[in-house]
Design a protein around this ligand. Structure first.
Ligand SMILES: Cc1cc2nc3c(=O)[nH]c(=O)nc-3n(C[C@H](O)[C@H](O)[C@H](O)COP(=O)(O)OP(=O)(O)OC[C@H]3O[C@@H](n4cnc5c(N)ncnc54)[C@H](O)[C@@H]3O)c2cc1C
Length: 313
């Protein structure tokens, strides 16, 4: 990959909009750690995104896309190249016409890749659409949720995906049916460096009070079980098949374990929290310590759910 350093003037003259240079990624991550992104560009429409992706490809510059940073860990050395954030038309959300052959008791919504997941949950509740209640309290964007196949309470967003509009790393835009997106536990099967532009979700027509009540129940459970006042990225490790990562960490005696400013939450052992002054290195060191200790204790190697961006990933 070429260095952006030697192309920074070219990028400034190519891109008409604002470019943020050397901004700490701690400002873009719910873990509140991470070194500087060389350049951050917010993109508001498909044509601009296409142009940018082409330019980056032509100049062999690395790039990253982020949503709301609630499932990423950026190393202290930061991110080289261009970090892309979706805004403008990508934060849109609408109810769309039913498709031919669609069941009567269902409805479709289309949400942009940069739209907040919480906005979609509220929209569904307000329009008496049921299916997304499980996602209440999950921070982040639709793009992040779809590529992570975000889920809770035995449900996941992949189950609702009718289709998605995607852009590959050549700037080609294409549509894929949900069933072809290869959803797995906390992941999808689409090539890396594919950008989710929008997602169409299929919801059931439901009863508003019941939808509200389910959301409230899930929120209460989150408040009770998760350290929501601390800076974290949610569950740090994936649950191994049929097992709970939190329980394995707890059984290895790691609740409250501290490295630098990074700590295993006492409230929920699968949350690594930033106590205030953690670095990304503290979090990575604690991650490795937890993996090694749990392995020694149970023979199981935990795999991070959090995406580690940069070369570390
Ligand atoms: C308190 C808390 C609770 C949480 N609870 C849950 C939970 O119950 N269930 C759960 O599944 N997760 C949970 N999470 C994790 C996180 O909120 C979800 O994974 C969320 O969907 C990530 O969305 P994001 O926009 O923040 O993505 P980011 O963290 O910004 O990015 C995550 C990944 O998605 C990629 N990405 C982001 N946008 C796009 C796009 N448009 N196109 C292509 N790739 C993209 C990024 O490159 C990165 O690899 C929790 C996090 C916190 C802090």
């Amino acid at each position: 990959m070429a260095s952006l350093n030697s192309h920074s003037k070219d990028l400034s003259s190519f891109w008409n909009g604002k470019i943020l240079w050397d901004i700490p990624m701690s400002q873009y991550s719910t873990l509140k750690v991470g070194g500087p992104a060389e350049a951050i560009i917010s993109v508001a429409n498909v044509e601009d995104l296409k142009r940018l992706v082409h330019w980056l490809k032509e100049n062999d510059i690395s790039w990253w896309i982020i949503g709301r940073g609630s499932n990423i860990l950026v190393p202290d050395r930061g991110l080289s190249g261009v970090t892309i954030v979706l805004e403008g038309e990508f934060v849109g959300l609408e109810k769309i016409e039913n498709q031919p052959g669609q069941k009567d008791k269902t409805a479709l919504i289309r949400a942009g890749g940069g739209c907040l997941l919480s906005k979609a949950v509220h929209f569904c509740t307000a329009n008496s659409l049921s299916g997304l209640e499980f996602a209440v309290g999950i921070p982040g964007s639709i793009g992040g949720a779809v590529i992570m196949n975000a889920g809770a309470w035995n449900n996941e967003i992949g189950n609702l995906l009718a289709s998605a509009t995607l852009m590959n790393n050549h700037g080609k835009v294409f549509t894929e049916l949900g069933q072809n997106l290869g959803f797995t536990y906390r992941g999808w099967g689409i090539e890396p460096n594919t950008i989710l532009l929008d997602a169409t979700l299929v919801l059931a027509i439901g009863i508003k009070d019941e939808i509200k009540a389910a959301c409230n129940r899930y929120l209460e459970l989150r408040k009770k079980n998760q350290p929501l006042r601390e800076s974290s990225a949610g569950s740090f490790f994936k649950n191994p098949p049929e097992l709970s990562a939190g329980r394995l960490i707890d059984e290895a005696g790691l609740k409250g374990h501290l490295i630098g400013g990074a700590k295993v939450s006492e409230k929920h052992a699968n949350f690594i929290i930033n106590t205030g002054n953690a670095t990304a290195t503290d979090i990575l060191n604690l991650m490795h310590f937890v993996q090694d200790t749990v392995y020694k204790h149970s023979g199981i190697r935990l795999e991070p759910e959090v995406h580690i961006l940069g070369n570390e990933g």
